[in-house]
Design a protein around this ligand. Structure first.
Ligand code: PLP
Length: 395
C-alpha cells in the first residue's frame, strides 16, 4: 500500500474499520479529483455542507480577506467582530420572528449541546424528549438524545431524563409533559433516511409544546441553507421552533455551528452563572466570513428557486429504474431506496469505481444519499444519473 495511505491508517484516528481511502487533491464545483486526476462527482456535498459548491470563489475570497484582516483574537463573546455580527444579522433576516439571537459555536454537536442547555436553563426543567432514529452529534450530550442501544452500551452512561417519541406519530406526543424542558426534532429526518413530516405533524408538535410550556428545538443542521428549497426547512413546513440548531452549510465549507433563539430566551444563558456556556473558537471570524459569503451567494444566484426542479429531475431520471423501490425527497435531499442492504453495499463499490461519492444513512442501510451542491446544473444532474443508472444496472 502506498505510503500516504499507510500513514493515514496508522496516524489518523479511524472512525470505522473500512474507510474509503481515496485521496483528494483538489475539489471544484460538484467534483473532487485524486492526485492521479480521477474525477469523482460529490453527490452528497460532504454531507450537506458544500451547498455552494467546492472552491466557490466568493467563499475563498472571503476566507483570504478575513484571514489577512484577523483570525482568532479573543474568546467568543467579548470583542465585537464584524463577520460574526453581520452574519448573525443576515441569518436573523431569513428566520421567522422572534428567532434573532445567534450563539455561534464550532460544530453541529456543539449547537445541539448549547440548545439543550439553553432549554433546561430557561424552563428550569430537566427532562428532554427526542425522536427515535435521529442523529444529533457524537458528544456525550448529543449522543444522549440519540436512541441507540449499540452506542449507549458502548459509551454509556448517557444523560438521564430523555424520553423518546416516534417521528410522524401524533399519538406519542403525550410523552411531552409539564416536566419536559424541550423536544428536539429534525423537521426532515436526515440519518433516518430522509423521512418527510406528514401533513400537520409539525403543527401538532408545536401545539403540544405550547400546551405544556416545552421549548421546541429544530435541528436544521442538514436541512438548512437551501437544502429543501427554502433557506430553512421550517419555512417550507410553516412551523417556527423556539430554538434552531445550525451547522454544516452554515460555514460555507468551514467549521461553524450555531443555536438561534429569541433574545428573551437567549439572555438567560449569560448570567447566574455568567460564563455558563463559553467557547474559545465559536464563531471564528474566518468561518463567519466564509458562511456569510456562502449565504449571500445562495441569495444572489437565486439558488433556492432551482432546488425543487433539480431534485425532481433526479427523481424522474432514477425513479423508474427496476432496482429503485422508492425515493424519499425534500428539495435536493434524497434517499434512493434499494430495499436491501446487500445491494447498497454493492452499489457503493460500483460508485467508487465509477467516480461517484455517495453515502448511506446512519439509521437506514438500504438507501443511498443524494444531496449534491445546490449549484449542480441540469446537465450535471443528467450526467450523474447516467452513471448511477449504469451502477444500478450492474446490481
Ligand atoms: N444533527 C444532524 C441532523 C446531523 O446530520 C449532524 C451530522 O451529521 C449533526 C447534528 C452533528 O453535526 P457535527 O458533525 O457538525 O457535530
Amino acid at each position: 500500500m502506498e505510503i500516504l495511505r499507510q500513514q493515514f491508517l496508522r496516524h489518523i484516528g479511524q472512525t470505522s474499520p473500512s474507510p474509503m481511502l481515496v485521496e483528494v487533491a483538489r475539489a471544484e464545483g460538484v467534483c473532487f479529483f485524486t492526485p492521479e486526476g480521477k474525477r469523482y462527482y460529490d453527490i452528497i456535498a460532504g454531507v450537506s455542507v458544500s451547498n455552494v459548491g467546492h472552491g466557490n470563489p466568493a467563499v475563498t475570497e472571503a476566507v483570504c480577506r478575513q484571514a489577512r484582516d484577523y483570525m482568532h483574537v479573543m474568546v467568543y463573546g467579548e470583542l465585537v467582530e464584524r463577520p460574526q455580527v453581520r452574519y448573525a444579522a443576515r441569518i436573523a433576516e431569513y428566520l421567522p420572528a422572534p428567532l434573532d439571537a445567534v450563539y455561534f459555536v464550532n460544530s453541529g454537536a456543539e449547537a445541539v449541546e448549547g440548545a439543550l442547555k439553553l432549554a433546561k436553563r430557561f424552563t428550569g426543567r430537566r427532562r428532554m424528549v427526542a425522536c427515535r432514529n435521529a442523529y444529533h452529534g457524537s458528544t456525550h450530550g448529543a449522543m444522549s438524545v440519540m436512541e441507540s442501544r449499540e452506542f449507549s452500551d458502548a459509551y454509556g452512561p448517557m444523560l438521564p431524563g430523555v424520553d423518546w417519541i416516534r417521528f410522524n406519530e401524533p399519538e406519542d406526543l403525550g410523552r411531552i409533559t409539564e416536566e419536559t424542558a424541550c423536544v428536539l426534532v429534525e423537521p426532515v429526518q436526515g440519518e433516518a433516511g430522509v423521512r418527510i413530516p406528514q401533513e400537520g405533524y409539525l403543527e401538532a408538535l408545536r401545539r403540544r409544546c405550547d400546551e405544556v410550556g416545552t421549548l421546541l428545538i429544530f435541528d436544521e443542521i442538514q436541512t438548512g441553507f437551501g437544502r429543501t428549497g427554502e433557506m430553512f426547512a421550517m419555512s417550507k413546513y410553516g412551523v417556527t421552533p423556539d430554538i434552531v440548531c445550525l451547522a454544516k452549510a452554515l460555514g460555507g465549507g468551514m467549521p461553524l455551528g450555531a443555536f438561534v433563539s429569541s433574545g428573551r430566551i437567549m439572555e438567560c444563558i449569560s448570567h447566574d452563572p455568567a460564563l455558563g456556556h463559553i467557547t474559545t473558537f465559536g464563531g471564528h471570524p474566518v468561518c463567519c466570513a466564509a458562511g456569510l459569503a456562502a449565504m449571500e451567494y445562495i441569495i444572489d444566484e437565486g439558488l433556492l428557486g432551482s432546488v425543487e426542479r433539480k431534485g425532481a429531475l433526479f427523481e424522474t431520471l432514477l425513479g423508474g429504474h427496476p432496482a429503485v423501490k422508492s425515493i424519499r425527497r425534500s428539495g435536493l435531499l434524497l434517499a434512493v431506496e434499494l430495499g436491501e442492504s446487500r445491494k447498497l453495499y454493492r452499489i457503493m463499490e460500483h460508485f467508487k469505481e465509477s467516480g461517484i461519492l455517495s453515502d448511506w444513512f446512519l439509521f437506514c442501510d438500504t438507501a443511498f444519499r443524494i444531496s449534491p451542491p445546490l449549484t449542480i446544473t441540469d446537465e450535471e444532474v443528467a450526467e450523474v444519473c447516467r452513471i448511477v443508472v449504469d451502477c444500478l444496472d450492474r446490481l
